[in-house]
Design a protein around this ligand. Sequence first.
Ligand SMILES: NC(=O)c1ccc[n+]([C@@H]2O[C@H](COP(=O)([O-])OP(=O)(O)OC[C@H]3O[C@@H](n4cnc5c(N)ncnc54)[C@H](OP(=O)(O)O)[C@@H]3O)[C@@H](O)[C@H]2O)c1
Length: 313
Amino acid sequence: MKAVAVTAFGEQPQLMDVPEPEPGPGEVLVRMSAAGLNPVDWKIADGLLKDAVPHSFPLVLGSDGAGEVVGVGTGVRRFQVGDAVFGQFQRPGRGGGSYAEFATAEEKSLAGAARSVPYAVSAAVPTAGMTAYNLVEETRVGEGKRVLVIGGTGGVGTFATQLAAGRGAEVIVTARPALADLMRTLGAAETVDHAVGPVADQVLAAHPDGVDVLLDLVGGPAAFGEATRTVRDGGTAVSTVGSADADVLTEHNLRGFNFHNRPSPQLLEILAGQLDAGRLTVPIGSEIALEDIPEALELSRTGHAQGKTVVTF
Ligand SMILES: NC(=O)c1ccc[n+]([C@@H]2O[C@H](COP(=O)([O-])OP(=O)(O)OC[C@H]3O[C@@H](n4cnc5c(N)ncnc54)[C@H](OP(=O)(O)O)[C@@H]3O)[C@@H](O)[C@H]2O)c1
């Protein structure tokens, strides 16, 4: 079957022929209809998890995907052949991922796909959607809270904006002018153009009392430290890219942490329910073919991909 894979850490991802996977115990085999890109895909190709888990090469890349169940391993209870599913497929130890015509996943990494949207939309949701959901949950975002989302126009940011606004928070989000209207449609109360000047200065000029919660999805340690100036005394500051330093946060009397995602089938089910209820919009930036993935991963590396990129088969 066709897949996009790497033959070693740090190698360029390539379209290649690899053997079709077979479902082992507790695994589900899916004929992929769509796959969704995330920055973690190229990070895994670079060796993000090389000291944490074994990898098998060629390593098919891609976490997120959606499609139809075409086989189940022993012990699988929740799914049967013909079910429409979505979820996370990256299995470094098995050499498998979602950028392939067929992929296996552990049963617990999948849920029934939303019925009212195409597979391409479902495939865009798992990693970024579950991250955004856990971020707003763990920072107790809700009514009366002011939240600043830095990196707001990306995959995680567009979901976090909607979920935070849906909980009644006042959301300020970074966005270039071309995307300001979209972000308002998704629930942002205000946008700040990160390309024209320091975000912290712009936010503090409009809100001298600061924000309650900072969700920084892009900043390195220095940028994150600078952004924490916007957080009121006793507020919460979180980084999804490992930039939060516990000592610095304590010094400034802030609560905060480096976020680590905790995916679950229940969360996937909640997100599928929100898609079906029309409460979650998925801004798809581009829809591409399997052979276009290497180029799309290069764009993702720059940090300036817009919305979600999905592959349709
Ligand atoms: N820790 C975890 O468990 C976890 C989970 C999920 C994601 N993550 C990480 O979180 C990060 C974000 O993920 P994602 O899927 O949202 O990425 P993404 O979709 O690639 O985000 C790209 C967006 O970031 C914006 N951006 C880049 N630099 C910016 C800056 N300096 N200020 C404001 N906005 C900026 C870009 O807008 P412009 O082009 O307009 O600048 C673009 O819209 C990634 O590094 C990902 O690996 C971590």
